[in-house]
Structures are given as structure tokens and as C-alpha cells.
Design a protein around this ligand. Structure first.
Ligand SMILES: Nc1ncnc2c1ncn2[C@@H]1O[C@H](COP(=O)(O)OP(=O)(O)OP(=O)(O)O)[C@@H](O)[C@H]1O
Ligand SMILES: O=P(O)(O)OC[C@@]1(O)O[C@H](CO)[C@@H](O)[C@@H]1O
Length: 313
């Protein structure tokens, strides 16, 4: 069984650490780093640290592909990205004591024929029983309903599909007849899908329960430092683990998706899945880039996660 990740809009994350972000002021950088990123790349990077067999798919600019080539080679990730003339976007992450401010660019414009090529290559590469994570925003030129179409095609091929996206692409995927097995929106992405500015836990739980009734097997709603809700036909739990010394919150949600994929690959029941996915996310928080600490540390974190059962309406 192989895990595939798809990233149509990868990014090089340029992280600048400053003392305190004050709009309109000149800031002096305390530290600067760059890493290959984009949601599906981060998912694959964490899964490779866990020892999973993982392949990455999508579109990558050939002018600045070096950090991606280095990451894939260093971690033994199978590289199925199609190289395209041009540059992958560079996203800015401004880190100060209050947290991280993300400035994400649109990404390289692509044409529909290239998107179709990624989809058909993936359809040939997957085997029944494989897991596929579809992650992130879509670049200009990419049809908003591409994830919805891919979910149907991949399920037809016997794959299990995890979706982590937002806005229009999430809307298309959740309004489709054939739904993903797993979704992992954060709370504001799910609230936006329902047309609300914000939602409390009761509201989130009720939307998740509706999605489960419609056929999504597992809805995971991440809530930053408040942890995450895991909702399936088996029940609902809130999982949380506090961490001192957060190095970077960038990609915590992707690490959580990686933990979900790893747990699903092992057939874990809901509570153990919630523990493992939370341990991946919190383990990543202590690392600068999209990386996990050593496996023993992740397993130890999983034991420390506190779980509380939630009642569904
Ligand atoms: N400050 C924090 N303290 C403890 N846990 C955290 C913190 N930030 C994130 N997490 C953990 O990581 C998970 C994912 O974080 P978050 O909800 O920020 O995801 P996200 O919005 O998808 O992030 P990204 O898009 O950067 O990957 C949370 O559900 C929680 O378990
Ligand atoms: O613009 P998108 O695709 O929604 O998010 C892109 C991004 O913020 O997601 C990752 C963190 O989750 C980063 O590596 C990357 O910069």
C-alpha cells in the first residue's frame, strides 16, 4: 500500500522571524529560512519521516525546483511532480511571539491540459487500497472542481481519499455526489463553507455529523491550540495536547493529515487515530520545517494526548 499526495499549488516557504510584527514599521529579521512546502509536500515529508512509502504528484516550476529535489532525495519520496516552465510561488511566513502571519501568493498560472495530465498520471499510478491526500489551494487556471472530479475517479479505483482544502474547491468537493473518505478543514474553513464567519464547537459538531450522514467517513476539524475534533460513525472526540516551545505552526495541519493517513493505513479505530494525528501535529510544532521528531517521541506524544468524548445531536 502506498500513500500519494497531490499538490497543484506547491510553495517555497520563506520564513522570517522578527521580534514583533507592527504594521507599517521597519523590522529587522532575527532569522530567515526557506523550505520546500505546499500542503501535499508537507504531508509527504512527515509521512516519509514516519517510514511510509509515499509518492508526490502535482505541478512544480522548473526554475526553482532545487529545494524540492533535495527534499525528495533526502527522504526517499517518489517524485511524480510534472515540471512546468516558470517558478513555484514563494510564500512568506512572518513569525513573532504572537504567532505566524502567512502571506500566500496565488501561484503560477497553469492550463487545464497540464492539470489533466497530473490527474491521468495519478490514475495510472494508484492501486486499489492506496491512500491519496489532495491538499491545498489551486493555482490560477486550475478548475475549481478538479478535486471533486478526482475524488470520484480515485474512489472508483478503490483508493481512500483525504481532502484538505478551502474555499471554492472545498465547496465543489462537499457539494458533489461522491464525497471524500476524510476531510480535514480547520474551523474557519468549515465555517466559511457553511457561510458563517465563525462557529462554536456545537455548530462544528453538528456540521461534521451531517457530513458523516452524507457519507464522509471521518471529519477532522483542526482548531489550532485548542486541538481538533474527530467525528465519524463511531462517535466524536476532541483531542488536545499542549506544547511549550512551538518552533513553527506552519504545516501543523499537514502533519495532522499525515498522521491521519498513517493511522488509516494501519486501520486504527477513532480514538487511536485521534491520538496519532494529534501527536504528528504537535510533534511537528517543535520542528522548524515540515518534519517530525524521531518516531519514539511521536509515539510518546500520542500517549499524552487528552481525549474527551463529545455527544452528537
Ligand atoms: N499552538 C498550538 N498548541 C498545541 N497544538 C497546536 C497548536 N497549533 C496547532 N496545534 C495542533 O495542530 C493541529 C493543526 O493546527 P491548525 O488547526 O492550525 O491547522 P491548519 O490551520 O490546517 O494549519 P496549516 O494550514 O498551517 O497546516 C491542531 O488541531 C492541534 O492539534
Ligand atoms: O495557499 P495554500 O495552498 O492554501 O497553503 C499554502 C501553505 O500555506 O500551506 C502550507 C502549510 O499548510 C505551507 O507550506 C504553504 O505555504
Amino acid at each position: 500500500m502506498r500513500i500519494h499526495t497531490v499538490t497543484f499549488n506547491p510553495a517555497i516557504d520563506h520564513t522570517i522571524t522578527i521580534d514583533r510584527l507592527i504594521p507599517g514599521e521597519v523590522h529587522r529579521a532575527r532569522a530567515v529560512r526557506q523550505n520546500a512546502g505546499g500542503k501535499g509536500v508537507n504531508v509527504a515529508s512527515c509521512l516519509a519521516d514516519w517510514g511510509a512509502d509515499v509518492a508526490v504528484h502535482g505541478l512544480l516550476g522548473s526554475d526553482n525546483a532545487a529545494p524540492f529535489d533535495a527534499l525528495f532525495a533526502a527522504k526517499g519520496i517518489t517524485d511524480r511532480f510534472i515540471r512546468v516552465a516558470g517558478s513555484t510561488r514563494v510564500n512568506l511566513k512572518l513569525v513573532d511571539d504572537a504567532g505566524t502571519t502567512d502571506i500566500n501568493l496565488d501561484g503560477m498560472a497553469v492550463d487545464e491540459a497540464l492539470v489533466a495530465k497530473v490527474v491521468s498520471q495519478l490514475n495510472v499510478a494508484v492501486r486499489s487500497g492506496d491512500l491519496v491526500a489532495l491538499s491545498g489551494s489551486l493555482p490560477p487556471g486550475c478548475p475549481y472542481d478538479v478535486y471533486a472530479a478526482m475524488v470520484a475517479q480515485l474512489r472508483e479505483r478503490g483508493c481512500r481519499v483525504l481532502l484538505d482544502t478551502s474555499g471554492g474547491p472545498l465547496k465543489h468537493a462537499l457539494n458533489a455526489v461522491v464525497l471524500p473518505h476524510v476531510i480535514k478543514p480547520n474551523r474557519s474553513e468549515l465555517a466559511a463553507w457553511t457561510g458563517q464567519a465563525a462557529m462554536d464547537r456545537t455548530g462544528l459538531l453538528s456540521v461534521a455529523a451531517d457530513l458523516c450522514r452524507r457519507g464522509v467517513e471521518l471529519v477532522v476539524i483542526s482548531m489550532g491550540e485548542e486541538g481538533a475534533l474527530f467525528v465519524s460513525a463511531q462517535g466524536a472526540v476532541c483531542a488536545h495536547l499542549a506544547l511549550d516551545g512551538v518552533a513553527s505552526t506552519v504545516g501543523a495541519g499537514d502533519a495532522m493529515v499525515a498522521g491521519l493517513a498513517a493511522g488509516l493505513a494501519d486501520g486504527l479505530p477513532l480514538e487511536r487515530l485521534a491520538r496519532l494525528a494529534t501527536a504528528f501535529a504537535v510533534g511537528k510544532l517543535g520542528m522548524a520545517g515540515p518534519n517530525l521528531p524521531e518516531l519514539g517521541a511521536v509515539r510518546a506524544l500520542a500517549q499524552e494526548v487528552s481525549l474527551s468524548a463529545m455527544t452528537m445531536a
